[in-house]
Design a binder for this molecule. Structure first.
Ligand code: 8IG
Length: 268
């Protein structure tokens, strides 16, 4: 297989381009910023450099406007080098699951040992207000897809590292934990689908993260998943949601999210 067809070779190529471009030998950590998280990441760490993602092999321009696609390199308070992906490819874009996990595989190929996956999602509990961050304890992958091929029997008993969740609790002891349910999207759920997700044991519904976590575990990365509840899942709230309220809640959560990210980067 060539790098054109072998996703791991393509990730190795992207990692080599990244390290060469920034003049570093490797990275230590990676962070993927989901909806509602980019404002929170501003000013976290010392920025070493930035490049548009599409300048690295295998990355394409994101289709969702406002889901910015850049890679920022930062140095943490403890001197570690972290790659921040300011956008991601979603499964619903139809570019295939290898494209969805290309950033994760690139981070692993560049030497990262841990990855923080963040997202914006719907909440399944009426008292989880928009703007509430929730640590992902486990997931349910309802996409019917996987980044793995063949007899790749990856253990997912502790897909989301208990060690990293404990570090997050150190930073913010009031953090909630929950089970994230990934739907394919791009449509939001029906109220019946939201009830189903809850019956199945879910606390959060979204359209990302689980496929990336599977690829990260295959690559041996420790995973920390953090969701930002930006809206109640369909049918959870008796009143239709005002988009402006969601934006305002996200904005109000920014200081808490920034403190969480900064505290994590000093401990990871
Ligand atoms: I932001 O309610 C956001 N992303 N599936 N459902 C799903 N994805 C989401 C939602 C939601 N809110």
């Amino acid at each position: 297989m060539t790098a054109q067809t072998d996703p791991r070779a393509l990730a190795a190529e992207a990692a080599a381009t990244l390290t060469h471009r920034f003049g570093i030998s490797s990275i230590d950590l990676a962070l993927v910023l989901g909806s509602g998280w980019s404002g929170a990441s501003a000013g976290v760490g010392e920025q070493l450099g930035e490049c548009p993602l599409e300048e690295l092999p295998g990355f394409a321009k994101p289709v969702v406007a406002g889901h910015g696609g850049a890679l920022k390199l930062i140095r943490t308070g403890t001197g570690k080098v972290a790659a921040l992906f300011t956008g991601r490819t979603h499964f619903y874009e139809g570019r295939g699951v290898a494209a969805v996990v290309h950033g994760v595989r690139t981070a692993a190929a560049a030497g990262a040992s841990a990855i923080v996956l963040t997202n914006g999602c719907g909440g399944l509990h009426a008292d989880w207000a928009p703007g509430t961050p929730v640590l992902i304890r486990d997931h349910i992958n309802l996409t019917g897809a996987t980044p793995l091929e063949g007899a790749t029997f990856i253990d997912l008993t502790e897909a989301y590292s208990a060690r990293l969740r404990a570090l997050a609790h150190e930073v913010d002891p009031t953090l909630l934990e929950g089970v994230y349910v990934q739907f394919r999207g791009p449509q939001y759920e029906t109220p019946a689908e939201v009830r189903m997700a809850k019956v199945l044991g879910g606390d959060l519904v979204g359209m990302s993260t689980t496929l990336e976590t599977i690829a990260a575990r295959e690559a041996g990365l420790e995973v920390l998943g953090i969701s930002l509840v930006t809206n109640p899942g369909a049918g959870i709230s008796p009143t239709p949601l005002e988009h402006a309220e969601v934006i305002a809640a996200g904005k109000a959560a920014e200081p808490r999210l920034r403190a969480l990210l900064a505290g994590l980067l000093d401990r990871l």
